[in-house]
Design a protein around this ligand. Structure first.
Ligand SMILES: *[C@@H]1O[C@H](CO)[C@@H](O)[C@H](O)[C@H]1NC(C)=O
Ligand SMILES: *[C@@H]1O[C@H](CO)[C@@H](O)[C@H](O)[C@H]1NC(C)=O
Ligand SMILES: *[C@@H]1O[C@H](CO)[C@@H](O)[C@H](O)[C@H]1NC(C)=O
Ligand SMILES: *[C@@H]1O[C@H](CO)[C@@H](O)[C@H](O)[C@H]1NC(C)=O
Length: 509
């Protein structure tokens, strides 16, 4: 199909969707995936008429989705996505091209939701990069300013020995995020940008990510549907049953609900945490097989699947174990009205004690460690939310790896998640979750253990034994000792994803 006719078709589809809001919105461009079970995409916002619910917080500033970069509010939906980390060599030329050429290529939220380009582009800067551009305003986030390298130990990384060297060299000034339905489009757009910017930047590092193939689309490499439990941002989207509803200022700086003073040019920007998280998939699968539970009435395979699901808190389909405690329920996983509609509290079960009873979901399960829901009474008491927007990278597991139960040491077979989290405050968002919940052996009860997927006790050596409890529904006290890290941090950086207006304003001045 010709591009022009595609755009017209998409434009009509969008108008139709606006006129008929009861229809489930599907992604209108293959650069976004839309697996069953994900929250629906919000509608684009028009200047005169704000589509969607009225913000539930007092309006300090307007939420302008033409100015907010397109990756921030959309979540884990890219078909192909390349992360291109660069160093600024000639700031004056870079600033001039940023304003004159690059800004026009950067994709807004409204564009992504309306008529996306063939290849979407977003751009973000490290603290070092802003300094290189002579932008010295205090953005109000100490972790961003110090960078991820300085925070490696507190994040539970065993130093930076597992980090890819480019993340340790302190030469990354920014990152380009390019997304499309096709790798060739991404490569073409990157070549175009490199020819515009010339020698004003140089490549430091690059990661090519992609949604997994076929029915695994939307699933991370361990096999679980990922991105089900994103918060809904007030003023953009009404929450689905059980979905957290957050003020825009939890994600976007300078908007309603952000309590920190920011320079006005930064309004609508967001801090981007990038982490390259290697996943040892054959090892994880083998560990799960080797630790099949003993629940009566289940086959050995079902008992192994149950063990895996109790590490995560969801089945591979995305169905929460809190609602489907014994077997996967793909229909539940695919139903976004129901797959978040739980709190761990079970008011329907007389006498159920959420603070002691792990029959439905272990306290240590990944989704409970990162979003404790009613463990805090009400969700409203929890201000720690992020929007995750990562993409898997690396090939599928090979037969040889499956047979040996070991990840290949061939670097071209490394796989994992190019993890991206957006928030208005890194210490209150990603770092809080990782340090205070995930890596905390005693959160939220003594001896809960660390998060079995991404948790590590601070200061522990690489592959140090990690203990968890609650995973056996027949004996909550049984300790499982995880004898290796299924997820290895290969490092990353903290960035600021500025509002598009700043690309010809403050950042180009
Ligand atoms: C940055 O500021 C310094 C000192 O004021 C100045 O010499 C330099 O030209 C500036 N660079 C850019 C790219 O604006
Ligand atoms: C969500 O859960 C509540 C309480 O269990 C229930 O009343 C409601 O019907 C559920 N909603 C959906 C869409 O299943
Ligand atoms: C936990 O709750 C379930 C469901 O009500 C119940 O069958 C079980 O006995 C409870 N377990 C404990 C240890 O209280
Ligand atoms: C973890 O459990 C093992 C037994 O499986 C025990 O030897 C070890 O001391 C425990 N470690 C911690 C930190 O609790």
């Amino acid at each position: 199909m010709k591009l022009s006719s595609l755009s017209i078709f998409v434009g009509l589809a969008v108008q139709f969707a606006l006129a008929a809001p009861e229809l489930k919105r599907q992604s209108s461009n293959a650069l976004l995936i839309n697996p069953a079970g994900f929250p629906d995409l919000p509608s684009p916002q028009t200047t005169n008429h704000r589509v969607g619910p009225t913000p539930q917080v007092s309006t300090g500033s307007t939420l302008d989705l033409d100015d907010v970069q397109g990756d921030i509010l959309i979540g884990m939906r890219k078909n192909k996505e390349t992360f291109f980390f660069f160093s600024i060599q000639d700031a004056a030329t870079f600033k001039s091209k940023l304003s004159s050429d690059i800004k026009a290529l950067v994709t807004s939220t409204n564009q992504i939701l309306g008529t996306p380009p063939t290849t979407a582009l977003n751009i973000a800067f490290s603290s070092r990069g802003l300094t290189a551009l002579n932008v010295t305003d205090n953005l109000g986030d100490a972790s961003f300013t110090s960078g991820q390298f300085a925070n490696a130990d507190s994040l539970g990384d065993p130093g930076t020995t597992n980090w890819v060297s480019q993340f340790t060299q302190k030469s990354i000034d920014g990152v380009l995020l390019l997304a499309s339905n096709d790798v060739q489009n991404v490569d073409d757009q990157l070549a175009n940008i490199q020819s515009i910017l010339g020698d004003s930047i140089s490549e430091v590092y690059r990661i090519d990510g992609a949604a997994r193939p076929g029915n695994e689309q939307g699933h991370e490499h361990f096999g679980f549907l990922d991105g089900v439990s994103q918060p809904a941002v007030q003023g953009v989207q009404d929450p689905l049953p059980g979905q957290a509803s957050v003020a825009p200022g939890v994600i976007l700086v300078g908007t309603d609900g952000d309590g920190t003073t920011r320079p006005s040019w930064a309004t609508g920007g967001s801090f981007l945490v990038f982490r390259q998280l290697q996943q040892k998939v054959p090892e994880f699968s083998k560990y799960v097989q080797d630790h099949a539970l003993n629940v009566p009435g289940l086959t050995e395979e079902e008992n192994a699947d149950l063990f895996g699901a109790r590490l995560i808190g969801r089945w591979k389909s995305g169905a929460p174990i809190d609602l489907a405690p014994l077997r996967d329920d793909p229909d539940l996983g695919a139903n976004n009205q129901m797959n978040n509609n739980f709190t761990f509290a079970h008011p329907e079960v007389p006498g159920f004690d959420i603070s002691t009873n792990q029959t439905f979901c272990p306290f240590s399960a990944h989704i409970r460690k990162t979003r404790p829901r009613a463990d805090f009474g009400t969700e409203a008491a929890n201000t720690h939310h992020i929007i995750r927007a990562g993409t898997p990278y690396g090939p599928e597991v090979t037969d040889e790896e499956t047979a040996s139960g070991k990840s290949s040491t061939d670097p071209s077979l490394e796989r994992g998640l190019a993890f991206v989290a957006y928030q208005s405050d890194i210490p209150n968002g990603f770092e809080f979750m990782q340090e205070i919940w995930v890596d905390n052996f005693n959160f939220f009860k003594a001896n809960t253990g660390v998060d079995p997927i991404i948790g590590r006790q601070q200061g522990s050596a690489a592959d140090a034994l990690r203990n968890i409890t609650g995973t056996n529904p027949l004996d909550f006290t049984e300790v499982f000792t995880l004898d290796l890290d299924f997820v290895v941090s290969r490092g990353g950086e903290y960035f600021f994803s500025p509002p598009i207006s700043a690309l010809s304003g403050e950042l180009a001045a």
